[in-house]
Design a protein around this ligand. Structure first.
Ligand SMILES: Cc1ncc(COP(=O)(O)O)c(C=O)c1O
Length: 434
């Protein structure tokens, strides 16, 4: 007799196919089975040789010092994280930014991704107060693909299309928070923003972030700031932006983009009630965290060396990579005669390309590119929480530039060739007619 199909609970929403699922599958297949694939899709950090060498040296040091290695391997940490790491991290944030952070303000999680999953479902959805289900407001979309399916309640996210500032002479554009259209009339449990933003590379300005902090404080709503690429580490920020924190701000950092995604380490910085809620969630769902990442970086957090690594190595590496990638993309697009825009690249590892004249959606375009062995991420997966249709994301795609030059350059050339083939001809302005 065939086994009956189990009836999943509402938790089963996590098992439905999603954009992040497709992206991780593509990424895994490309890295493991298809060496020809030009991988411009994933958010994998680059293997920066000097940084990888640093982590290798640190691991060798731990292996030589048998005690530290055994402690790292054989002991469960408390669920909130390694006490020495929490003390060092609080000290670093106090010293660097003057924030009143103590170890009680911190909670370690198995990666930033897990931190968001728990924070979202803690702060939004059906409340214990019996009131209407609260939603997570995304002040700017497109926003990180990895949030899209994390809510366990229907209509979890809410957003409105951003303001678009076009700079046609430079083929650049920028999204801005639509402050006068934010949907505050909805029941809002939290507001969330990635800064730098994945997928666009936008770094929302200090003044816009300050304004958002004021608006959320007035309403008593927590503001989640996703610092996966930000300051003080990993430091993939190319503008003068400063990180900001307040009692109602929940900042989430990660060791992943330092070149340590395999250690699955996220760091939540929040007022003690939230940090302790996160610790309890970890003890129930995971007992404790992976402590390899915390042990690896501890001496660099204690000495402040991590700030130098971010500022002098990781930041410049991605800033230069972005400048070069923009140059190659401009050259390829202009050479192919395509009308295009790229979002200003203020940080992170991506270029966000807008192809207004494409005759097909970027979802279809992505599939054509895949046939030509170029992997990108189509724009629609970064657009969620919108109650009204918005076709702009179907004209956009995300290109990662963290892979080696040859891969990125060839990928961009192929994207430009395909875009030229699949774009509507543009009317020539009357003044330019021969
Ligand atoms: C914006 C953003 N937030 C969070 C994450 C999660 O990272 P991790 O779980 O590796 O810390 C990522 C990963 O790429 C990301 O791009």
């Amino acid at each position: 007799m065939p086994l009956p199909v189990p009836v999943f609970s509402s938790y089963g929403s996590l098992t439905e196919p999603t954009g992040i699922d497709l992206l991780m599958e593509d990424l895994g297949r490309a890295f493991n089975n298809d060496p020809q694939m030009r991988m411009l899709g994933g958010g994998n950090p680059a293997a920066i040789p000097s940084v990888q060498a640093l982590w290798r040296r640190r691991m060798a040091e731990l292996l030589e010092d048998g005690d530290s290695f055994d402690r790292m391997m054989v002991q469960y940490d408390p669920p909130g994280g390694n006490p020495a790491f929490l003390r060092a991290m609080a000290g670093l944030l106090q010293q660097e930014f003057g924030w009143p952070i103590t170890p009680e303000h911190l909670a370690i999680t198995p990666g930033g991704q897990t931190a968001f999953f728990h924070l979202f479902n803690l702060l939004a959805g059906a409340g214990r107060d019996g009131g209407p289900a609260r939603r997570v407001l995304l002040p700017i979309v497109p926003e990180y693909i990895g949030y899209a399916a994390q809510g366990l309640h229907r209509s979890f996210f809410v957003a409105t299309p951003p303001v678009i500032e076009d700079s046609p002479d430079q083929n650049r554009f920028r999204y801005r928070i639509p402050f006068d259209r934010l949907p505050w009339s909805e029941p809002i449990g939290a507001v969330c923003l990635s800064r730098p933003t994945n997928p666009t590379g936008n770094v929302v300005s200090d003044s816009d972030l300050g304004h958002l902090i004021d608006l959320t404080r007035e309403r008593g709503v927590p503001l989640l700031v996703d610092n996966a690429y930000g300051l003080p580490f990993p430091g993939a920020v190319f503008t003068e932006a400063k990180p900001l924190w307040d009692e109602h701000v929940i900042l989430v950092l990660s060791l992943s983009k330092l070149g340590l995604p395999g250690t699955r380490t996220g760091i939540v910085v929040a007022r003690p009630e939230i940090a302790s809620a996160m610790r309890r969630i970890t003890s129930v769902s995971a007992l404790a965290n992976n402590n390899v990442g915390q042990t690896m970086v501890l001496p660099m957090i204690q000495s402040g060396e991590i700030l130098k690594l971010a500022k002098h190595t990781i930041g410049p590496f991605y800033r230069d990579a972005s400048a070069r990638a923009q140059g190659w993309l401009d050259e390829a697009m202009r050479g192919a005669g395509v009308d295009y825009r790229v979002h200003h690249s203020d940080g992170a590892f991506f270029l966000w390309l807008w192809l207004r004249d494409l005759r097909i959606t970027t979802w279809e375009f992505y599939q054509r590119l895949k046939e030509r062995k170029v992997l990108v991420v189509p724009g629609r997966f970064f657009s969620f929480g919108l109650d009204e249709p918005w076709d702009h994301p179907d004209q956009c795609l995300r290109i990662s530039f963290s892979q080696p030059e040859q891969v990125v350059r060839e990928g961009m050339r192929i994207i430009a060739e395909e875009a030229a083939r699949l774009s509507k001809p543009r009317a020539i302005p009357a003044g330019n007619l021969p």
